[in-house]
Design a protein around this ligand. Structure first.
Ligand code: NOJ
Length: 972
């Protein structure tokens, strides 16, 4: 089922009041964008020509240069349309089998933007040594891979690149002949595209005709080559046409995922071909789309040009490192194949082919390129309370007090733009926030933090030191003339934007966040280390700009136009802010900086959220899909505004939204300035108590979340995982995006996102037992997959534990997560059909970078049956076994189990072990080699049974074992 619920989305939209609907006229469709129009028209001509269509691009075999040392090959590519233009092709094979394909115009009139990858990549990838390219008569080939079963072949004429595994095509570039790199040309010297041809007319007379010989490929008109109008704006396009069209085909993969951010299904709906789900291509052009639609290929705030193509046999990936506006058409010509067509406005072709063959491999390959989510501050996984706006310091104090009075855990209070005098970020409005440092200290006294917004637009007034300094340093984005400062309109009125591409801005921006006085100008002395940052509006959002953003002909550092770097822009602001927060103190601490705009690589910097969603059920549901899609493209620390940004959700909706929120990596409630207050303590019963329990559930599971973040930080595996990632061969799960797993923990969740529901249908993908997290009811899946119906009254969120998992939780309610630091653990053992289970727990101080020096605890719990009628649960040190995998990017060579952090928590004990699904009532439960323990057994269904029903539960009370030490408990 790949079709989208278009009707549902549309009808929901129609039901909204006028004020709550996207102003689609503010944003271009493909037909309003010159280069997209050209790209689609090219595809249409190819479609019409069918088999007579041939790509004009070919490799010049005489130019091939093989660099055997580096598994690299270079060659010249030419287009028969413009024989005088040369393109440089380069293919590099990385040491993990990733193939990078680069194509750029050589000695052109201008230079194409070629730095997108350098912003995205962690470092220059290591090339494989010793893979030999062989140049044959028709193609260039290299064979590699552990089993020597991967092959990359470059066909000369037409130019085409194929990645094959086991003889089967995985990814094909230019297989449909849609490659077109528009070369630079000069507007005055119109190139001769005309040729005189003679034809016979009806009377048999010879007539001379003028024919555009390139029209078959390029079309007959110079469509929007040198200028483009949209609404009241004119894009001056001084460089002329420079778009890049590229078809990428997956001949043996019938499902594609990724290319966030779009409000749509995880398994991407079609945009062309027969009865497409959408009529416009998916667009990647970071934009502040106010009141966006819950089902649409329209652009949103961030862009990651990463795609997975999946089949039951293999998964492959693709990273198209381009920073300019890009449109992507998707068609499924057959059930087992996918056509994609990428149309970008500018930039070189720089495509990374990720050979897989499993989703896990693709995540690892992409993580090696662009990095993983930096392990976040532990507190940032707690609950964040935001609204636009908490209006004064006293307001913040009252909100904090109310949370405490109602015993509701919360870690962070947020301040939106109204804290800042005239929206001059950093500058407190002292009328309402007379004592920001004292206020923050009071929040911090309960172990909590504040997050305060700092937007990228600077109010253009000389009494705002941040603007004045930036202006004096000449580090602001320039208008199209390349002189002076670009001026646009945002919350601040007349504003300018720092050009974060300019290296001169970096240290300066970092210095603004110092909490002490500096010699060189303004620093934020009215702040403390307990204040972290929210970067909003960084697409950038510009109220009076074309499509609410910066004109494409504005000029950045190095003379690049904004058009070249638009999608990367927001990431640099985010990155520089995070660096600033990290280094503002003497001992660097993990920064928390939330961003709205993002690009490939943003995951290294911090969290994102899905922007201004609506308080509708559709938006609640699509938020889950969007968070899953972000995880596919590496941006795993993600969440949506709980409650919906716009609107006043009724209590039922709010409760359901909190149930979604606690299962999002980033969990924040937020609301528009015009909405009614809706902090959870304001609700009537039973809603208030239900939300209290929901919040507590999130807090009890923080060890599971933190462990999932640690795994993601090392492997790139998403924090919330869709079915195809967990069960790549189960075709029935390919389109499932309303239920998901949390890390490798074995937790399966299906939040309810529909009104008035009291049950939910869950898909169990395997022949395994799944236990209801709350009732311990044991459900049985099936080898072919099975749907089960479970109760889902308002207070119930369907959560299951996959048989074979061990979950560490902390069940004592606290006001904030730092207060749980020394709390004991509960270990839940959910036995599998085979009577076994395993799980992990990762801990460190959650604040500093001392984990990179080995100050951490990483444990493995195992349940096994060494003999009949004996179950042994043990805990062992994983860090000592795998020091190289304990910390992202750090090869600990040894690990000391008695490190300073482990010592700090050495008295933390396991207060309870719960075992689900034992067959018999035990006769004895002992610590191995020790005394009998206190336990209680409630008989029920055993894991190894085939029956469904409430599972047997063994509760071992105070087993007298510590979380940091090795132990074993024998149940016999
Ligand atoms: C737009 C953001 O998306 C929203 O979350 C925020 O509240 C407003 N800007 C005001 O800062």
């Amino acid at each position: 089922m790949r079709s989208v619920v278009l009707f549902g989305a549309l009808s929901a939209l129609l039901a909204l009041p006028d004020a709550l609907a996207v102003k689609s006229q503010d944003f271009k469709t493909c037909s309003q964008s010159g280069f997209c129009r050209r790209g689609r028209a090219l595809a249409a001509r190819a479609q019409e020509a069918q088999s007579s269509w041939n790509s004009p691009y070919s490799v010049d075999p005489s130019s091939i240069l093989i660099l055997p040392e580096d598994s690299t090959v270079k060659a010249v590519v030419k287009s028969s349309l413009y024989p005088e233009i040369k393109f440089g092709l380069e293919l590099r094979i990385h040491d993990d089998g990733v193939v990078r394909v680069l194509l750029d115009e050589v000695d052109g009139l201008r230079k194409r933007y070629d730095e997108a990858a350098s912003w995205a990549l962690v470092s220059e990838p290591k090339l494989s040594k010793g893979i030999r390219w062989a140049a044959g008569k028709k193609e260039l080939r290299a064979v590699f891979g552990e089993k020597n079963d991967i092959e990359v072949a470059v066909n000369y004429d037409p130019f085409r690149v194929r990645l094959r595994r086991g003889g089967e095509d995985q990814i094909v570039l230019n297989g449909r002949g849609l490659l077109h790199m528009e070369h630079f040309r000069s507007q005055t010297l119109k190139e001769t595209t005309e040729e005189v041809v003679s034809e016979e007319n009806a009377e048999g007379q010879e007539v001379l005709q003028i024919e555009n010989v390139r029209a078959w490929f390029e079309g007959d008109s110079e469509d929007a080559y040198w200028e483009e109008k949209f609404s009241s704006w004119t894009d001056s396009k001084p460089k002329g046409p420079e778009s890049l069209s590229l078809d990428i085909t997956f001949p043996n993969h019938g499902t594609v995922y990724g290319i966030p951010q779009h409000a749509t299904n995880l398994s991407l709906p079609s945009t062309t071909g027969e009865s497409p789900s959408y009529t416009d291509p998916f667009r990647l052009y970071n934009a502040d789309v106010f009141e966006y639609i819950a089902s649409s290929p329209m652009s949103l705030y961030g862009s990651i040009p990463v795609m997975h193509a999946h089949s039951a046999e293999t998964t492959v990936g693709l990273f198209n490192a381009i920073g300019s506006e890009t449109w992507i058409d998707i068609a499924y010509p057959t059930k087992r194949s996918t056509h994609t067509h990428w149309i970008s406005e500018s930039g070189i072709m720089d495509v990374f082919l990720l050979p897989g063959p499993t989703p896990e491999d693709v995540f690892a390959q992409y993580a090696r390129l662009t990095g993983t989510t930096a392990l976040p501050a532990h507190w940032s996984l707690g609950y964040h309370q935001c609204r636009w706006n908490y209006v004064s310091s006293d307001d913040v104090r009252t909100v904090q007090k109310r949370f405490d009075e109602e015993d509701m855990p919360v870690d962070v209070f947020w301040l939106d733009i109204e804290y800042a005098q005239d929206h001059k970020y950093f500058i407190w409005d002292h009328k309402t926030f007379p004592d920001p440092v004292e206020m923050t200290n009071e929040v911090a006294a309960a172990g909590r933090k504040m997050v305060v917004i700092v937007d990228p637009h600077l109010k253009r007034t000389s009494d705002y030191p941040v603007y004045q300094e930036a202006s004096d340093l000449d580090i602001l984005v320039k208008p199209k003339s390349g002189e002076g400062e670009y001026e646009g309109w945002c919350w601040t009125g007349s504003s300018s934007w720092i050009d974060h591409f300019n290296p001169a801005s970096w240290d300066w921006w970092i210095s603004k966040f110092k909490t002490t006085k500096i010699d060189t100008g303004f620093s934020w002395i009215e702040s403390t280390e307990d204040i972290h940052i929210w970067n909003d509006m960084n697409e950038p959002s510009i109220f009076n700009g074309p499509e609410i953003t910066m004109p494409k002909d504005s000029i950045h550092y190095g003379g690049w136009e904004h058009r070249d770097v638009h999608n990367i822009n927001g990431m640099l602001f985010h990155n520089n802010t995070a660096q600033a927060v990290r280094v503002r103190s003497d001992i660097s601490k993990r920064p928390f900086v939330l961003t709205r705009s993002f690009y490939a690589g943003s995951q290294r910097v911090g969290a994102m959220w899905t922007g201004d969603n609506l308080g509708t059920w559709d938006h609640m549901a699509v938020g889950i899909k969007m968070v899953l899609a972000n995880g596919i493209a590496g941006m795993a620390f993600a969440g949506s505004d709980v409650g919906g940004f716009f609107g006043n959700p009724e209590p039922e909706m709010l409760v359901r939204w909190y149930q979604v929120g606690i299962f999002s990596p980033f969990f924040r409630a937020h609301a528009h300035i015009d909405t009614k207050r809706r902090e959870p303590f304001l609700l009537d019963e039973p809603y208030k108590s239900i939300i209290r329990d929901i919040l507590r559930l999130r807090y009890s599971m923080l060890p599971i979340w933190y462990t999932a973040f640690k795994e993601n930080s090392v492997t790139g595996m998403p924090i919330v995982r869709p079915h195809y990632v967990m069960f790549p061969q189960d075709t029935a799960g390919f389109d499932i995006d309303d239920q998901f797993f949390v890390g490798s923990s074995g937790i399966l969740v299906k939040p309810v996102t529909e009104k008035g529901k009291n049950e939910a249908t869950i898909y169990l993908p395997e022949d395994q037992v799944y236990y209801d997290y709350f009732t311990q009811y044991a459900y049985r899946g099936s080898i072919k997959g099975k749907y089960v119906i479970v109760a889902a009254e308002l207070h119930q969120v369907p959560v299951f534990i996959r048989g074979g998992s061990i979950l560490p939780t902390r069940e004592r309610p606290r006001r904030s997560s730092p207060l749980m630091r020394l709390d004991p653990f509960t270990i839940r053992v959910a036995l599998s059909k085979a009577g076994t289970a395993r799980g992990e727990l990762y801990l460190d101080d959650g604040v500093t970078y001392l984990h990179q020096q080995g100050e951490l605890v990483w444990r493995e719990f195992v349940a096994e049956q060494p003999q009949k009628k004996i179950t042994r649960i043990s805990s062992r040190d994983l860090a000592a076994q795998n020091p190289g995998k304990a910390v992202d990017g750090v090869a600990l060579t040894t690990y000391d189990p008695k490190n300073a952090f482990a010592k700090e928590i050495e008295e933390v004990r396991v207060e309870k072990i719960v075992i689900l699904g034992l067959v018999w009532k035990p006769s004895s439960v002992k610590v191995e080699g020790g005394a009998e323990l206190k336990w209680e057994f409630v008989p029920g269904v055993a894991a190894i049974d085939t029956k469904e029903g409430t599972a047997s539960v063994l509760i071992i009370k105070d087993p007298k074992v510590l979380i940091t030490s090795d132990w074993a408990i024998v149940v016999s």
